[in-house]
Design a binder for this molecule. Sequence first.
Ligand code: TRP
Ligand code: SF4
Length: 325
Amino acid sequence: MDTIVSGMRPTGRLHLGHLHGALRNWVRLQKDYRCYFFVADWHALTTDYAAPQGVRQSGIEMVADWLAVGLDPERSVIFRQSAIKEHAELHLLLSMITPLGWLERNPTYKEQMREVEGKDLSTYGFLGYPVLQAADIVMYKANKVPVGIDQAPHVELTREIVRRFNQFYGAVFPEPDVLLTEMAKVPGLDGRKMSKSYNNAVFLTDAPKEIDQKLSRMMTDPARVTRKDPGEPEKCPAFNLHKIYCTPEEIDYVTKGCRTAGIGCLECKKIMIKHVIADLEPIRERRAALENRPGHVEEVLERGNRAAAQKAEETMTEVRTAVGL
Ligand code: TRP
Ligand code: SF4
């Protein structure tokens, strides 16, 4: 059986973007792979080092959402990165062999340096973000890394680091492949990328009434200024959710209705909203049940940490020998 590793930075409550961009896929992968899913809390510090107070609690809330969506601790190892100190050791060893140029050329790095405001990212840790990620991946000898396209360069860098490591020290690690998640696009309520920090997200734990209110005012094709103006679904942020949630007949009905101004945007969105509410209902119920089991998420993590530690110790014994320490 192949091994999969993937992580998420702890951002607290998860939203529809996480559900369709990663989680549903993770849940499916559990059947066919040995899976390691972890809270990338050290990665969170690469950008939030100045205000890390919420990281621990955000991680717990995030894992509660994972469980509510269907990640199963009986099948997958669910753990916290910072609990496994071997990640830090492997990160250090990999950093020795990683040329600076590879990191400076990394597109994600360049983009974030350009675009992130209000945080000083010219740190050693932030530059080394992908080296830490490489350590996360190879620690469990992953063959596949399920990520979205934005993370593909990091996995590519992991492959390059693995090749270099294996050249120097012998064939220790497999080269992991990207398992590209077919990402359904989920824009936020304002049409930008859905993100907690943009205040444009529908959270997995939102109550039906909240979901209805939020999506009822979600941005649509700006060409539909009045009810009489026809629109184009492909230019409508809300329609991305129709594409995920509606039946082919409904898609057909709203597409025609939109182009002919036969239906209004609210009527159109209501057709999609009922599906979103129905889809999130069982997630919300399981999440609420978890609220009544204080300490359960922590226990799940403890158990996962122990399983991860076992594999990590095994790998590091091999690594230390290979490197000659
Ligand atoms: N960089 C990833 C993200 O921002 C999170 C991450 C950290 C990760 N380590 C990883 C993903 C290892 C996959 C494998 O989404
Ligand atoms: Fe979007 Fe529907 Fe309005 Fe068309 S009618 S702009 S698809 S919400």
